[in-house]
Design a protein around this ligand. Structure first.
Ligand code: NI
Length: 139
């Protein structure tokens, strides 16, 4: 682990109280760990949204499998990109709704293209793309 450096932060009292409340809710040990996590999150976001370096992401979608042709469309789209899709998890949430989590590897542009085809399909009621990182360069 690299050497720790201390730095001061000026912040409005009200904002700090809200931050402390968040820290407690999320069970952080202290403010420093919470701030480090925020910084890492911002760096991951930056790393993943620009450039062409290979990265990894998950796409989570929820949809009604009775929606006409939707299951086939989602399935066909995933088969068209089988080289980039590492894994897919399907959960039957209730009688109508399915949840899928798809793990994708590729460049940010490739991942976005695949995610857009899933999240943007007509009948998908909720969708979220979350980029992650292989962690190179992060402390
Ligand atoms: Ni299902």
């Amino acid at each position: 682990m690299s050497q720790l450096v201390r730095f001061g932060v000026s912040i409005e009292e009200k904002l700090l109280k809200q931050f402390d409340s968040l820290i407690e809710e999320r069970s952080y040990v202290n403010r420093s760990e919470a701030v480090r996590d925020l910084i890492r999150g911002a760096l991951v976001e930056r790393e993943c949204t620009k450039g062409n370096a290979p990265t990894v992401a998950t796409v989570t979608i929820v949809y009604d499998h009775h929606t006409r042709d939707l299951s086939d469309k989602l399935n066909n789209h995933q088969h068209s990109h089988h080289d980039s899709i590492v894994s897919a998890l399907h959960v039957h949430l209730d009688k109508h709704h399915c949840l899928e989590v798809v793990v994708i590897r590729g460049t940010p542009a490739e991942i976005r293209h695949i995610a857009d085809g899933l999240i943007g399909a007509k009948g998908v009621v909720h969708g979220k793309l979350v980029f992650s990182t292989l962690g190179h360069g992060l402390a």
